[in-house]
Design a protein around this ligand. Structure first.
Ligand SMILES: Cc1cc2nc3c(=O)[nH]c(=O)nc-3n(C[C@H](O)[C@H](O)[C@H](O)COP(=O)(O)OP(=O)(O)OC[C@H]3O[C@@H](n4cnc5c(N)ncnc54)[C@H](O)[C@@H]3O)c2cc1C
Length: 329
């Protein structure tokens, strides 16, 4: 039986693996995609909002060319950390079920194998379920719920739907790279200037507004998207008019949520968080109401990368201590 299975190899899972190795635990990380899968899905070339000290696995080891690292620099940092530390990570292995309890141990089923572990740490992030508009045509192949790169859309009619940084950045990158871009955004999001209330960051808004002023980017204050067809999108504007836009590609970037199904089936309670539903856990140990089941990272109340790295460093030694106590009984 393993001491600890960690689900997810994002910053939280990697930090937990590092701490588990330090504590001498027999651990394994199971990752459905690649190392730092969420960061690999950021737009190509995107600079992080955070500074190296908030992102790096060891002080002074992330050395970007500019003040803030790009997606590529951060990815490479995490990958090299895994290689140098020789962390136990199985990639392309999705956890599909977790059962059991602290007495008998937990049974972790993946698409490849089954594992038995004394403790389980969920570090699954909050990207699994992209929010949808639920409008006719959203299932068309040209509609995406993730934006990674603009280069396929030069001189195409692109629509981005959403009011946060991801939507604003996608609209900016598309417009800068020659797509005829429209951003459909609610008035309250467009007029929101309060970063604490989720307003887009000023270093996104400033170039975005420059694109609008230059006449390259169209911003539509919209109430709702009504229908997406092969070559158009019909929407209702803020003032109630119906507008039909020529369209080749749509990016629906209205947020995402964690998939809490496995936690719930284990009996973990959840509560309403600031943005989404979050598991209930002890703020010191991050253990849920189900003994032996822990959570860390983006789908808890501690949403940023710095916390995703710091929390496992605090809780994995506690898990190791708890395991040592249990085995000495
Ligand atoms: C475009 C964008 C820009 C961002 N910029 C910043 C920024 O500048 N600064 C910042 O602090 N934060 C930023 N964030 C948020 C940041 O990405 C998260 O805080 C961070 O990824 C959290 O790390 P995590 O390990 O908790 O989750 P994640 O990095 O999401 O890792 C979770 C991992 O779990 C895996 N997983 C999920 N379910 C399963 C399963 N069933 N089986 C196996 N594996 C599974 C996923 O594939 C994923 O690799 C940004 C987010 C986005 C989308």
């Amino acid at each position: 039986m393993l001491d600890l299975v960690i689900i997810g190899a994002g910053p939280a899972g990697l930090s937990a693996a590092d701490a588990a190795a330090d504590a001498g635990l027999d651990y394994l990380v199971l990752e459905k995609g690649t190392i730092a899968n969420t960061i690999r899905q950021y737009p190509v070339g995107r600079a992080l909002f955070s500074t190296p000290n908030e992102l790096e696995m060891r002080e002074g080891t992330l050395k970007p060319l500019r003040e803030k690292p790009t997606r590529e620099e951060l990815l490479s940092h995490y990958i090299h950390f895994v290689l140098e530390r020789d962390l136990n990570i199985n990639t392309a292995e999705r956890v599909v079920d977790v059962s059991g309890d602290i007495e008998q141990g937990f049974y972790i089923t993946t698409n490849c194998a089954e594992y038995h572990a004394a403790r389980v740490l969920f570090a699954i992030g909050a990207m699994d379920i992209p929010r949808r508009l639920n409008v006719p045509g959203e299932e068309l192949e040209k509609v995406h719920h993730l934006f990674v790169e603009p280069y396929a859309y030069v001189r195409k009619d692109a629509l981005v739907v959403g009011g946060g940084n991801s939507a604003a950045e996608a609209a900016l990158f598309l417009s800068e790279e020659g797509a005829r871009t429209t951003l459909a955004i609610w008035r309250e999001d467009w007029e929101n200037r309060d970063p604490k209330a989720g307003a887009m960051k000023h270093w996104v808004r400033t170039p975005l507004e420059a694109e609008v002023t230059a006449g390259r980017l169209n911003v539509v204050l919209s109430k709702q998207i009504d229908e997406i067809t092969e070559d158009a999108v019909r929407l209702t504007t803020d003032t109630g008019e119906s507008l039909t836009l020529a369209n080749d590609v749509v990016f629906v970037l209205v947020g995402s949520e964690a998939d809490l199904t496995m936690l719930k089936s284990l009996g973990v309670r959840t509560e309403a968080g600031k943005l989404t539903e979050v598991p209930v856990y002890d703020p010191e140990t991050y253990e849920t109401n189900v003994r032996g089941v822990y959570v860390a990272g983006h789908f808890t109340h501690a949403r940023h990368i710095k916390a995703a790295i710091d929390v496992p460093r605090q809780i994995v030694p506690l898990i190791a201590k708890d395991l040592a106590l249990t085995s000495s009984r």
